[in-house]
Design a protein around this ligand. Sequence first.
Ligand code: ACO
Length: 431
Amino acid sequence: MSEDAAIRIERFEPELVDGAPSAATVEFLKAVSRGFHESQLDADELKILAGLEIADNTTFTAVYDDSAVQPSLHAAAPVATYAAFPGTLNIGGGNLMPVHQITSVTVSPTHRRRGLLRRMITLDLSTAREQGAVFAALTASEATIYGRFGFGRATQRARYTLKTRQGASLRVEPEGSVVAVAPEELKKYAPAIFAAAHAHTLGSISATQFDVGQAAGQWEDYDSLKPVKNLRAALHLDAEGKPDGFMSYQFSGWKVDPPTMEIGQMCTASGAARRELVAYLGAHDLVEKIAGRGPVDDVLPTALENARAYKATALGDHLWLRILDLETALEARTYAGDGHIRLRVHDSLGMADGTWELRVEELTADVRRLPDDGEPDVSVDVRDLASLYLGGFSAAHLAQAGVLKIHVPGAVRTLDSLFATSTIPYCQADF
Ligand SMILES: CC(=O)SCCNC(=O)CCNC(=O)[C@H](O)C(C)(C)COP(=O)(O)OP(=O)(O)OC[C@H]1O[C@@H](n2cnc3c(N)ncnc32)[C@H](O)[C@@H]1OP(=O)(O)O
């Protein structure tokens, strides 16, 4: 048999049979752990993980090599894995659009660079497109992998530290209050807070049951689905006493200098909730530093008396977006003003490829395909259009980077007057 003839791709849903994950589900989940160099999961952890995948309506794509024989793991295990599940993406204006989320992409070192990722992703994206998906999204392990498949950097995320030796005093009086709660309480409160934050945050992706369980300390991460022993939690209540934010956090241990509180999950549906939860954490005695993650335009330095206590320590891409159905995506968006532009879009997978006219009148968009021999105002790859789409990167920025080609004067100004957003998109979900 030739190398390729032995390769078999299967798509299936994870399942529990008599309360235990099926053999194919177990082999898939173990292969994903190996692919990300994680620990071996025990039977209880595999069952939890299978249950979470089922709850998310995940579809697995597995690649098998039928030429593999014992003692190779691949006599039973897939040589490549890929998973996708449905969620929603906040595209602005309170509009939550369905999004096809991709995760668990691994290829065994024995089979790498033989086109298996390409086969899995092209099959999955074309199936998703046929089934009506408008967007696909992922978070990437490396920035060099997914651009070729039309994914662009759409949101960024910062890591920060906050010096709290003298607390974390805010410039304005609190609007609400913070209560310490047992992490388990977040199982009850986190879903509604995640949903409220999702509804008002441009670029946000819907939370999963994994996120809720992680916030509540049911499990640490995909490496350990065991309860977390040293987790603490707090809830923020708005002026009416309604929960509108939470955080769970861990002390990094006495060997860490200076003593640090690490925020794990934090989700807030208002600026007051974010700043007041952080101020609460800053008021912990014996702690001199907070470490957390947040948006690139975090309100914290502006909100704090000591703006310099806040330090962004890293800035990185987070959500990678792929526009599958350009017409629907552009018509669904809200715009900052009226105008029209002709876009030549390059898409190596063909889905959004073509020349398109976007016309916004009275803030309502109409998109139509133009003949490809017409003169466009700008040319752009679909991956860079994804960066423009959520407002995280301006047309001026993309043009300066050389990835947006301008064919008529004023096109950058037109694009930016259409696509400008009042906030920088932020996605806190990890998936
Ligand atoms: C959404 C997520 O799950 S992100 C997690 C991705 N997974 C990982 O990082 C786990 C470790 N890495 C792997 O398992 C594999 O190396 C993968 C999945 C990244 C790539 O799988 P492969 O089957 O080797 O990729 P494949 O052979 O299909 O390559 C397709 C193209 O991507 C390129 N490519 C693949 N991996 C990389 C990489 N890490 N960096 C840069 N380019 C890459 C290939 O060169 C090829 O380019 P071409 O089309 O121009 O020829």
